[in-house]
Design a protein around this ligand. Structure first.
Ligand code: PLP
Length: 387
């Protein structure tokens, strides 16, 4: 089945046999516990909702189908998913190689939680060059952690090249696919071992649920992750599982619109006198446009740019927008904008973030699916109010 079809049907086929009721939409199974006939085994397969829940399982089947994985697991947040991966693949003394342009919360998890409490070390490298990843691998490296496109600089990592280098050394590759979703990029098909998502973003798509997901095809690792997810309790609620199931049904249509508007905004901003630098992989001027075309089926709805001036101009611009909400997060139907240096990436020390290019005048936009004319008009109005 093709993507659009899986996105609507996988995990949600109406049950017409036995005790089935023919629901076209999977019910929200709120029961925290499940009755059984015999002491020794659960009669209907379910025991307690932390271990397994029918609504969550429907979502997990859907998520696996979308990424072309054997298994999907739904977590209470993207960070809960990442934490569970860390606890499942890393032991004290282990080493991680991560890209140096990461979601701020991932950096915080590595540096403030996993490093001090699990005793692991993390090297941050410019993963746009697979050689740098190769050079950073040590005897103790267990995991390569990639985001592509990166956040917020929209740089790309070659998933196929890096996974193959890692695999040769017996190292797992995890890719955070939150930014472009499986509609535009399938890391597992390119050789990655694990895909991670914050479903709070495009997969749910309506900015009204926090959740996370892991998709993978390795049986051993799936077992370990599932065990640890239950052990730490990092599960998605039945209601949120329903929300994300519903969100995924329109993922394909939404992503096409996000991209259409993002391309339009990127082209408009690229020639704008108030903009000194554009970051969008769909623009032929993007230094990795060729890799983008090869690795992705589209370019997504996220972009960043440097505004002429500094922090003062950037703040004034953001505060002058009326349609674009000034807010963290991304991937909802509504357009959002933010200043990474003081918002999403504020937990990263100034020198660290400036080293990679997250300056005080860098503005990030999550382009929504409103009418493109209205978006351009709002941006132009905010620029005009600066002069
Ligand atoms: C939001 C986000 C996360 C964290 O997800 P939560 O659902 O907020 O916990 C991780 N990675 C990326 C790329 C994100 O955008």
């Amino acid at each position: 089945m093709k993507f659009e079809t899986e996105a609507i049907h996988a995990g949600e086929e109406p049950k017409l046999e036995g005790a089935g009721t023919g629901d076209v939409v999977v019910p929200i199974h709120l029961s925290s516990t499940f009755a059984r006939r015999e002491v020794t085994k659960p009669t209907c397969g379910y025991e307690y909702s932390r271990q397994g829940n029918p609504t969550r399982e429907a979502l997990e089947t859907r998520l696996a189908a979308l990424e072309g994985a054997r298994w999907g697991l739904a977590f209470s947040s993207g960070m809960a998913a990442e934490t569970t991966i860390g606890l499942s693949v890393l032991e004290p003394g282990d080493h991680v190689v991560a890209g140096d342009d990461l979601y701020g919360g991932t950096w915080r998890l590595f540096e403030r939680v996993l490093a001090p409490h699990l005793g692991v070390s993390v090297s941050y490298v410019d993963a746009t060059d697979p050689e740098r990843v190769a050079d950073a691998l040590t005897e103790r490296t267990k995991l390569v952690w990639l985001e592509t496109p990166t956040n917020p600089l929209m740089r790309l990592c070659d998933i196929e090249a890096i996974s193959s280098i890692a695999r040769e050394r017996g190292v797992l590759t995890a890719v955070d696919n939150t930014f472009v979703t499986p509609y535009f990029q399938r890391p597992l098909a390119l050789g990655a071992d694990v895909v991670v998502h914050s479903t709070s973003k495009y997969l749910n798509g309506h900015s009204d649920s926090i959740g996370g997901a892991v998709m993978l095809s390795d049986e051993e690792l799936h077992k370990k992750l599932k065990f640890n997810q239950n052990a730490v309790g990092a599960i998605l609620s039945p209601f949120d599982s329903y929300m994300v199931l519903r969100g995924t049904k329109t993922l394909a249509v939404r992503m096409r619109e996000h991209e259409k508007n993002a391309m339009r905004v990127a082209e408009h901003l690229e020639g704008h006198p108030g903009v000194t630098r554009m970051y969008y992989p769909g623009l032929p001027s993007h230094p990795q446009h060729e890799l983008a075309t090869r690795q992705m089926f589209g370019f997504g709805g996220m972009l960043s740019f440097e505004i002429a001036g500094g922090l003062t101009e950037a703040c004034a611009f953001l505060e002058n927008l009326t349609l674009f909400a000034l807010a963290e997060s991304l991937g909802g139907v509504e357009s959002l904008t933010e200043l990474p240096a003081l918002m999403t990436h504020a937990s990263i020390p100034k020198e660290e973030r400036e080293k990679v290019g997250v300056t005080d005048s860098l503005v990030r936009i999550s382009v929504g699916i409103e009418n493109g004319d209205d978006l351009i008009e709002d941006l132009d109005r905010a620029f005009a109010s600066l002069s």
